[in-house]
Every structure is written in structure tokens, then in C-alpha cells.
Design a protein around this ligand. Structure first.
Ligand code: CIZ
Ligand code: SF4
Length: 320
């Protein structure tokens, strides 16, 4: 505990000295989210993180999250120094969508508008016509469907299937998945619901369809946090990364939150409702990134940047 307090003090001092700001995702550990809030940074979903970094006057952005979030920040503000606690923090959606294969898939379907989830590399974003995050995906696909466009969607198949069902759009899917949300189990959730009959079930749409079918509210992290505040229930079963409990508990101290059941427990559990890459964002790693950014700074290819900026700005302008 004493050690943690020292790290926090040191980070606060360094943020000021370097005119840096800490931007954390809802899935990072509670102490990181608390520190971001205390120091005038932000805790947000990937869309709001991108906006906040884009508008902030700091010279250096410390992005506590996963690689694609750092890359998005660099694409939007190339003049800033963008640093991450570790560049090893990636995402199974990003890993599962390599540009060579994705480009070939797009080339086979030239008649389709390419819509990709923000959880992708700069190269994949540059290949796309549109970027979406889970908080604006529905509206953007609805808009494209109204224009009569056929869509090629990547990489998350669960989110894609959910949006397809909601909008009726013609969508061809890349078959990626998030290792955290893919683990939620239907039967165990049905049992848990029976045990807490008065609980509302909150589900992130990166989860399998059978889990989404059991939900009282489906949405992005920020939308689920809103649902926790607005629904009258006193108890909630939550199917997304448990990092989100920090914000839910803070905003609804009188309510109770339970993790939705995952496949494995203990040793067999790969991700158990907490993203292993988000978990790499520790206090020590943040301090190190501030002291010596070497090896932790995010760079993007300037040619790819142009394309990624075009598709990312389309999203930001649409959802402004
Ligand atoms: O699962 C993720 O990585 C999410 C929800 C990202 C985001 O859009 O905030
Ligand atoms: Fe990627 Fe899933 Fe981790 Fe989000 S929670 S960063 S989608 S692996």
C-alpha cells in the first residue's frame, strides 16, 4: 500500500512536470481509473478517450488501455507525444484481423462499404471506409443501410451479428472475437438470473448472441454505465470486463453489481471477465512511461495515418 501511494505521488508530480495527461479506459484497474480522475485526465470508452485526447492541450498523452487506443490518439494528434504504460497491451480483435488477410477479403467484395470496429490496427483503419465503436455502431450502420449500402464488417462477429439483427442491414462478417466477452456462458447466466430474480442483466454486444438474448440492456461501456444509473433495479448482473464496476459503483453506491459467469474458473480461466491486456496497465508501468518514454512511445506510419484519419474523422463527425 505504501508503495502504491509512492507511485501515485510520483505520477502526479511527473504529469505536471511533463505537461502530460492520463487517459484511462473503463476496463483498466480501479486505481488507474481513480488516478486519471484525480489528476484531471479522464476515464472513458474508446470513443470518448479519442475525443478527450484530441481536444486536450497537454503535450503528452498517457494512454492506459490497449494498443489501438494509443494508435488512434497518435493518428488524431501526431504532433503530441503519445505514450503507453506498455506497448505489449494488445487486443484479440486487433490480433485476429491482420491487414494482409483483411485487405484480401475486402478486395473480394469491392461492392461493399468497409466498416471496422475501432479495435483494429492503423493499417486496417486505413483500409476501411468507416470506423465505429460500440457506442456509435448502431447509428452508423443504420445510416448506411438507409443509403442502401451493403456492408463488409470486421472484426467482431458478435457485435456484427447484433447490429445486423437490430438494423436488418446486409452485412458480411469477418470472424473475430473478444476473448473476454466470448467467455460468458449462457446456462450459468440463466442459473444466476434465477438466483437474483430482481437483478437486471447488462450486456456488452461483444458477447455471444445467447448472452445478449438474456439482457435487459445491451450497449457500449458508457451506455451500460448509464443503464445502471437509470434502471430502477437495485442489483445488476454485468457481462463485460469487471473494470467497469469501478465507475458503476462510484455512480450508484447503493446498488449491487455481480459479474456474469464465465467458462473457466481458477487455473483454466484465460480472461475471466478481465482483459489480460488491460491488466498490464499498472502504476509502476505508468511511472516508467513518464520517466523514460523510450520503447513506450506510439508511432504510426504517416502514409497509413492519412487513411486512418479519414475513416476515424468520419466517425467523430457523424457522432459529434
Ligand atoms: O472491449 C473493448 O475493448 C471496448 C468496449 C472498447 C471501447 O469501445 O471502449
Ligand atoms: Fe480487446 Fe476484448 Fe480486451 Fe477489449 S476486452 S481490449 S475487445 S480483448
Amino acid at each position: 500500500v505504501a508503495e502504491k501511494a509512492q507511485y501515485k505521488e510520483s505520477i502526479k508530480k511527473l504529469l505536471k512536470e511533463k505537461n502530460a495527461v492520463l487517459i484511462a479506459h473503463y476496463y483498466t484497474d480501479p486505481e488507474i481509473q481513480a488516478l486519471a480522475e484525480e489528476t484531471g485526465g479522464c476515464v472513458a470508452d474508446s470513443l470518448e478517450m479519442a475525443r478527450f485526447g484530441n481536444q486536450h492541450e497537454a503535450d503528452t498523452l498517457i494512454i492506459a488501455g490497449v494498443k489501438f487506443m494509443g494508435e488512434t490518439a497518435k493518428v488524431l494528434t501526431p504532433e503530441k507525444t503519445v505514450v503507453m504504460p506498455t506497448l505489449e497491451a494488445t487486443c484479440s480483435l486487433d490480433l485476429g484481423c491482420p491487414i494482409e488477410q483483411f485487405d484480401a477479403f475486402c478486395n473480394e467484395h469491392p461492392d461493399r462499404t468497409v466498416v471496422v470496429y475501432a479495435n483494429t490496427s492503423t493499417a486496417v483503419k486505413a483500409r476501411a471506409d468507416w470506423i465505429v465503436t460500440s457506442s456509435c455502431a448502431l447509428e452508423i450502420v443504420e445510416h448506411l443501410e438507409e443509403q442502401g449500402e451493403k456492408i463488409l464488417w470486421g472484426p467482431d462477429r458478435h457485435l456484427g451479428n447484433y447490429i445486423q439483427k437490430q438494423t436488418g442491414a446486409d452485412m458480411l462478417m469477418w470472424q473475430g472475437a473478444c476473448i473476454v466477452h466470448d467467455e460468458f456462458k449462457t446456462k450459468a447466466l440463466v442459473d444466476m438470473k434465477a438466483l437474483h430474480a430482481d437483478a437486471a442483466v447488462l450486456v456488452h454486444p461483444e458477447s455471444p448472441a445467447e448472452i445478449i438474448d438474456l439482457a435487459d440492456a445491451v450497449g457500449s461501456t458508457s451506455q451500460l454505465i448509464k443503464a445502471a444509473q437509470e434502471l430502477p433495479n437495485k442489483k445488476f448482473i454485468v457481462a463485460t470486463d469487471r473494470g467497469i464496476f469501478y465507475k458503476m459503483q462510484q455512480l450508484c453506491p447503493e446498488k449491487e453489481f455481480f459479474e456474469a459467469p464465465t467458462a473457466g474458473e481458477g487455473a483454466t480461466c484465460r480472461s475471466c471477465a478481465h482483459c489480460p491486456w488491460m491488466a498490464m496497465n499498472g502504476l509502476q508501468a505508468i511511472e516508467e512511461a513518464l520517466v523514460n518514454p523510450k520503447g513506450k512511445e506510439v508511432f504510426v506510419d504517416m502514409n497509413l495515418r492519412k487513411g486512418a484519419l479519414r475513416s476515424t474523422n468520419r466517425m467523430l463527425e457523424f457522432s459529434a
